[in-house]
Write a protein that binds this ligand. Structure first.
Ligand code: GRF
Length: 201
């Protein structure tokens, strides 16, 4: 199963997935394309180092979100991509994109959704003073950070934790959880029943 990873930044989750694939942990999933809207994204370096094809497309010059997404989707289809993984891709997908890859787009979010949606989830949870936050992997739908939840793991916030420490703890959990969710998908173990995802044995 050909997989594309979309990333705008550091790409540590991309790296975790690349490493998982190398260990045979993505079942028949193969990361064959990395897409970025930012030419300077470190994720692109990681992709090149792993020998994965890259596609960079800045948003300048596109009249709308769906015009941009049409170009991306064309590339995904040309590359016969069957699963799209959002890994720190800092653009909201259009309805066009979501429909073209209906139930085939995964996202990872650094909080226990539906708490702390948005781009600053770790900081927001830290500043809010909650004692527990976590990581969510979910299907992307037309609403931001709101699709059906696949896996969630909680992360405790201790009194002595700084924001940096919390970020480290969250990322460590992400790097285990995302490969696990992808493996469940590629093995056909995720059954979608409305809002609920049943994990088959
Ligand atoms: C992660 O925290 C992920 O949950 C969020 O964006 C961040 C991406 O980090 N969606 P990286 O680029 O994979 O290191």
């Amino acid at each position: 199963m050909n997989i594309a990873v979309l990333a705008s930044g550091n790409g540590s989750n991309l790296q975790a997935l690349v490493d998982a694939e190398a260990k045979g942990d993505l079942a028949d999933g193969k990361i064959t394309l990395v897409v970025s809207d930012k030419p300077e994204a470190f994720a692109l370096e990681r992709a090149r180092k792993a020998g994965i094809k890259t596609f960079v497309l800045g948003a300048d010059g596109f009249s709308s979100r769906s015009e941009y997404d049409k170009r991306i989707v064309r590339e995904l289809k040309d590359e016969k991509i069957e699963l799209v993984i959002l890994a720190g891709f800092m653009r909201i997908l259009s309805g066009y994109f979501i429909d073209e890859y209906d139930n085939r787009i995964l996202n990872i979010h650094p909080s226990l959704l539906p708490s702390f949606k948005g781009a600053h989830a770790i900081k927001d949870a830290f500043e809010c003073g909650v004692k527990v936050t976590g990581v969510t992997v979910h299907f992307a739908n037309r609403e931001l950070d709101a699709g059906p939840v696949i896996l969630q793991v909680s992360v405790g916030i201790e009194e002595e934790d700084t924001l940096d420490i919390l970020e480290e703890k969250i990322h460590a959990v992400e790097h285990k959880l995302y490969p696990e969710a992808v493996r469940l998908f590629t093995r056909g173990k995720l059954k979608i029943e409305g809002r609920k995802i049943r994990i088959l044995p």
